[in-house]
Design a binder for this molecule. Structure first.
Ligand code: ATP
Ligand code: MG
Length: 479
């Protein structure tokens, strides 16, 4: 794709000269004779760069620059100034021009500057991408404050130091791949590669070669030797995603590769040795698969050395405000937004929803709301479709009392304060709801909630809740 440049210049002779030069350099160039015409063109076309004179009748270059900055923060603008008019050039730079060139213009200098602008753009884009990748890879961004999730974090920290095989289970979108990353990038192998194989994405015949590689001529289409992922991941980590999808025929070979750290490429008899750490993930129940003879029991025991179960988001709603905060920060950078607040009612909606797609769904919903958001606060109207879904699958949690006073995060302090309040009000909601379900019986409530009975009792006391009222209410309802 040719890059599109718009030249804005009232003198046609000049403009033609520059156009010819830049077209010769492989750009697609259009011309507008003044700022007004330029605006029309910019609205219709996507230009990657604008080159504009400053002095023009009607709308001048600076006005055009302001107009562009209002419309689109991204598109680079280069200003052309008369030799004596460096002041305007400086003003233009302050108002967001990328660079300026002086008239009479040296055509070589112009192409160099344009080349530099495009290289800078690529670098900027890469930078945003790299930052995102890095923060993900470092495992720093595994967010979660609930008791359930802190247990997971603890397991990650412990197992990262070892070479043990890890089996991560959990519903879709609970963060299995993220956790695999966190383990690898916190392990002594962090400087070696983390290689991902999605076992569900390839048919059986290709999967074997994907794992172990092949030699030239091993099958039709094997035109040359190819290394498999076990070889590529050597001294690093191999993440076998959706391991439940591996065809049963391949499972014994995989078992041997994991157990003995050796394998033969397809079509070869030569044994290759490797040193890989295995992390596997699945959202299917492997025990059931074993019963149905779809998964080998010995392989299951070999990979289930260190199991990590990721609870569904609806089982740890306490994490929701923290995740929301995290995604807002992340997408503020990615979408170049400056969203600072979220209406407290939004959190009510988010905690009441059942999240079948777990954290991924939450992330998508927040991103979508932020794209649509035109203010600096996320409001309930952006989450309407969740409310509709909630009517179908309303969690009983919020029937008791909805959360209060959550989230004003103009500054960190008030943010964490309101978060704390939200979390504690949430605790209370949870306990009230469980007591209601258990009809005031604390032992039963302890069983339902999974909170140790003694702790639960202490919590009930500290929150000044009287369990008897629930018994009475239940009795009344039954009669
Ligand atoms: N605890 C968390 N903190 C921050 N981000 C998270 C967390 N858990 C999940 N995410 C984000 O949610 C998205 C989904 O996570 P991931 O891809 O790891 O899920 P998964 O369990 O592998 O899903 P699937 O089973 O569908 O493959 C990712 O963008 C991930 O970064
Ligand atoms: Mg995944």
């Amino acid at each position: 794709m040719k890059k599109k440049i718009l030249i804005v210049e009232n003198e046609s002779r000049q403009a033609k000269l520059w156009m010819t030069k830049l077209e010769g350099e492989g750009y697609k160039v259009s011309w507008a004779e003044n700022g007004k015409v330029a605006c029309d063109k910019i609205l219709k076309e996507n230009y990657q760069l604008i080159l504009t004179d400053i002095r023009m009748p009607q709308m001048d270059g600076l006005e055009l620059l302001d107009w562009i900055r209002e419309k689109d923060k991204e598109i680079p603008v280069i200003i052309i100034t008369a030799f004596a008019d460096v002041d305007s050039a400086v003003r233009a730079m302050k108002r967001g021009a990328y660079d300026y060139v002086k008239k009479p213009m040296d055509l070589e200098e112009l192409t160099q500057i344009i080349g530099k602008v495009f290289r800078m753009k690529i670098l900027e884009e890469e930078n945003v991408y790299l930052k995102k990748e890095l923060s993900r890879k470092s495992g720093m961004l595994v967010v979660g404050e609930s008791y359930e999730f802190k247990k997971v974090m603890d397991l990650i920290a412990r197992v990262a130091k070892t070479k043990s095989t890890v089996l991560i289970t959990g519903e879709t979108g609970t963060g299995k791949e993220l956790v695999a990353n966190a383990i690898h990038y916190n392990s002594p192998r962090k400087n070696a590669p983390l290689i991902v194989v999605n076992c569900a994405a390839l048919p059986e015949n290709l999967l074997e070669s994907e794992f172990f590689g092949h030699v030239k001529g091993a099958f039709t289409g094997a035109y040359e030797d190819k290394k498999g992922k076990f070889a590529v991941a050597s001294s690093g980590t191999l993440f076998l995603d959706e391991i439940g999808a591996i065809p049963i025929n391949l499972q014994s070979k995989l078992l041997r590769a994991i157990e003995n750290q050796q394998f033969e490429p397809v079509g070869s008899t030569k044994t290759v040795f490797c040193d890989v750490r295995i992390i596997a993930a699945t959202n299917v129940d492997l025990k059931k698969a074993i019963e149905k003879n779809e998964f080998r029991e010995d392989l299951y025991y070999r990979i289930n050395v260190f199991p990590i179960y990721l609870p569904a988001l609806r089982q740890r709603v306490k994490d929701i405000p923290y995740l929301v905060e995290h995604f807002i920060k992340m997408y503020n950078i990615e979408l170049k937004k400056e969203i600072k607040d979220i209406q407290e009612q939004v959190l009510d909606i988010l905690t009441a929803y059942s999240w079948p797609g777990n954290v991924r769904e939450l992330e998508n919903i927040i991103e979508r709301a932020m794209v649509l958001c035109e203010k600096d606060i996320l409001t309930t109207d952006l989450f309407k479709m969740l409310e509709n879904k909630n009517l179908e699958s309303r969690s009983p949690l919020l029937d008791v009392k909805s959360s209060e006073e959550f989230f004003v995060y103009r500054n960190e302090q008030s943010y964490s304060e309101s978060k704390r309040k939200f979390v504690s009000s949430f605790d209370k909601n949870f306990i009230l709801k469980t007591l209601k379900e258990a009809k005031g019986n604390i032992t039963k409530a302890s069983n339902i909630s999974g909170i140790d009975r003694k702790n639960l009792y202490r919590k009930i006391k500290s929150l000044k809740i009287n369990p008897k009222t629930f018994k009475e209410v239940a009795n009344r309802e039954e009669n």
